[in-house]
Design a protein around this ligand. Structure first.
Ligand code: SAH
Ligand code: SF4
Length: 341
């Protein structure tokens, strides 16, 4: 017997073609999309708008896959971390972050990451594999199903992995999150460590979403030490790509800058940062380092963090200090490593 078609793995065109092949009218494909992505149907049998005989017919040919929740943990600050198991047993983490009137979901794009940034637990894992588009999208569907009637308002690709190193699947996932799930591109942000060719593709193919760049240093020497990807795409090419990024009106690039004691936290660094970014419509998120278990890197004293911020604001830049949420459950930035313990 041939394998059943996984309806969640299909793009809009593929779904239309599949239904057409079965001799079904096109509005049925629209119903399927609505039930899978907005009513979170986890099986064909849950799609009660289809008649029993239609469901039976579809069940013979097709199925709906679901990533399965292996574990969830809730932080004292309300942040919730989900560990999802994929079909091959690999695990990825997804983090739900409530903040005033927002409910932001931080999703993963790869199991592990090949870029090996020294401050990041996911980087320590090394690269395991790329996620498929439906495995990325399904993190949103699965969490949304769990928390309804509350609604996820924002999505950030800042979980495990480098999204632009898995461009094709990530771009398709973004199209589905916008088109099928109905979250506006204005409320979606992709964060990259600076994979320059991917930034150009993103601007061409999914221009409606927001871009964040993990900068973290202002000289090639320091940045290459922290983020080996800088050897391939040094600051000059990264900043040029940011300058050329076709920003929509009222949009800005977010630059993330992890503050690490004695490494990148001096007033000189802050001044260089202001110079480097001058003329780019942007804001800077200063993220005091989340120390890891084995690591020797430390977060700076609060006074240094504030002094760094002041240099930026004195230079008329928007600079916010972002304390990572969910540190007590290892759900914070750079702490995701897909383990159950
Ligand atoms: N690979 C992408 C997206 C995932 S990492 C990227 O690097 O941008 C998401 C964010 O977590 C990045 O901004 C990264 O700089 C930050 N991060 C990683 N390790 C961290 C740590 N130990 N403390 C604070 N932030 C960290
Ligand atoms: Fe990968 Fe981003 Fe972690 Fe660097 S910070 S290792 S790019 S996930």
């Amino acid at each position: 017997m041939s394998e059943k078609t996984n309806l969640k793995a299909l793009s809009k065109k593929e779904i239309a073609a599949f239904f057409h092949g079965l001799g079904l009218p096109v509005y049925r494909a629209g119903q399927l999309l609505h039930w899978m992505y907005e009513r979170h149907a986890a099986s064909i049998d849950e799609i009660t708008v289809f008649s029993k005989s239609l469901r039976a017919m579809l069940n013979r040919q097709a199925m709906i896959s679901n990533i399965s929740l292996a574990k969830s943990m809730r932080s004292a600050d309300g942040t919730e971390k989900f560990l999802f198991a994929l079909e091959d047993g690999q695990t990825v983490e997804t983090v739900l972050i409530p903040d005033k009137d927002r409910l932001t979901l931080c999703i993963s794009s790869q199991a592990g990451c090949a870029l090996g940034c020294v401050f990041c637990q996911t980087g320590r894992l090394g690269f395991i594999r790329n996620l498929r588009a439906y495995e990325i999208t399904d993190q949103v569907v699965a969490v949304q199903r769990r928390i309804r009637p509350k609604r996820i308002t924002n999505v950030v690709l800042m979980g495990m992995g480098e999204p632009l190193a898995n461009f094709t699947e990530v771009a398709e996932a973004l199209r589905r999150i916008v088109g099928f799930i109905g979250i506006s591109g204005r409320r979606i942000t992709l964060s990259t460590a600076g994979v320059v060719p991917g930034m150009k593709l993103l601007a061409e193919q999914v221009p409606e979403i927001n871009l964040a760049v993990s900068l973290n240093a202002t000289t090639d020497e320091t940045r290459s030490r922290l983020m080996p990807v800088n050897r391939k795409y040094p600051l000059r090419s990264l900043i040029a790509a940011c300058r050329e990024y076709p920003l929509k009106p009222r949009r800005r690039i977010t630059f993330e800058y992890i503050l690490i004691s004695g490494i990148n936290d001096t007033a000189e660094d802050a001044k260089r940062l202001a110079r480097l970014l001058s003329g780019i419509r942007c804001k800077v998120n200063l993220i005091p380092l989340n120390p890891s278990e084995q690591g020797t890197l430390k977060r700076p004293e609060d006074s240094r963090i504030l002094a760094f911020q002041k240099v930026l604001t004195d230079n008329h830049m928007t600079a916010l200090i972002r304390e990572s949420r969910g540190q007590d459950i290892f759900a914070a930035c750079g702490q995701l490593r897909g383990r159950t313990t």
